[in-house]
Design a protein around this ligand. Structure first.
Ligand code: GDP
Length: 296
């Protein structure tokens, strides 16, 4: 279910409840069940939806509803607040500072949009006057270095990588050292992915992270992976200290639910979203407008 449809379903559920002459627990439950179904279809994880439902029940006062206050508004506000809370892990992510060297490591499965997002992130900062640099520590996928090289060249961003070296840790360390010497203030390390969550990948991420000591690890997630989002995000979080999330492919048939799951699993905020294949199709993630859009 895409974002707009989810908003529509929730609005319909609220409308149906508003139309009821008596608002009792049964009517409220029916409304919440409808909303639950809509959220599940949007790939919000079952446990999150269940928690949200019980929180709303605690917040919404049936007497207020019965007294004829604007029921729709009361419940809509409660849902809005709950969804905002779910997307806010309570602490901001580490934010690199211009002019001060930071190492940012990107992790995610193959095809999630990691390499594209690394360049978008670099380009975004470069436009604001930073000196970013890209390191290709993906020695697993043939063609990974060429892809990063092409992107980096297009954006005129310095890059580091190797066609012959097979040790990702060695390349990552060399790249980071090289760019530290060149006074780059945002050193971005692109890492390998796999099609599936595999032990070898997580071990490699742990080693690259240990060797490069990143200031921030960003987990890149494809918004179309559906209910798999929670487990995938959690698996990365367990091997490296993920501090932020970027959700890609929010254009097209984007679902919002995965973002909620990724935040819950990593206890880290979503900081940007990818909205297309191009370098500048990249937006800062803002909780309230996102939830407003979700609710239609
Ligand atoms: P990686 O294997 O994780 O490094 O993924 P890539 O960066 O190679 O991206 C995989 C595919 O997704 C490529 O065709 C990208 O152009 C595409 N892609 C990445 N981000 C986005 C996005 O935000 N929107 C769309 N529509 N496509 C994207």
């Amino acid at each position: 279910m895409v974002l707009a449809q989810l908003g529509g379903s929730i609005s319909r559920a609220l409308q149906q409840m508003s139309n009821a002459t008596i608002i009792d627990e049964k009517v409220l439950n029916e409304c919440l069940n409808e909303i639950t179904r809509a959220l599940l279809q949007s790939d919000v994880q079952f446990k999150l939806v269940r928690d949200m439902q019980s929180n709303i029940k605690k917040i919404v006062n049936l007497d207020d509803l019965a007294a004829g206050h604007n029921k729709r508004k009361i419940i809509q506000q409660a849902i809005f607040n709950e969804l905002c809370k779910m997307l806010d892990p309570g602490k901001p992510s580490f934010t690199p500072k211009k002019g001060k060297t930071s190492v940012v490591m990107f992790v995610g499965l193959q095809g999630s949009g990691k390499t594209t997002t690394c360049t978008k992130y670099a380009y975004y900062h470069q436009k604001k006057g930073w000196r970013p640099a890209l390191v290709c520590a993906d020695t697993f996928r043939a063609g990974a270095f060429d892809q990063l090289k092409q992107n980096a060249t297009k954006a005129k961003i310095p890059f580091y990588g190797s066609y012959t070296e097979s040790d990702p840790v060695k390349i990552a360390v060399e790249g980071v050292e090289t760019f530290k010497k060149e006074n780059c203030d945002l050193i971005i390390v692109d890492t390998s992915g796999r099609h599936k969550q595999e032990a070898a990948l997580f071990e490699e991420m742990r080693q690259v992270s240990e060797a490069t000591k990143p200031d921030l690890v960003i987990f890149v997630m494809d918004s179309s992976i559906g209910q798999a989002a929670f487990d995938q995000a959690q698996a990365f979080k367990q091997s490296v200290s993920v501090g932020a999330v970027i959700v890609t492919k929010m254009d097209g048939h984007a679902k919002g639910g995965g973002a909620l799951s990724a935040v819950a699993a990593t206890k880290s905020p979503v900081i940007f979203i990818g909205t297309g294949e191009h370098m500048d199709e990249f937006e800062i993630f803002d909780v309230k407008p996102f939830v407003s859009r979700l609710l239609g």
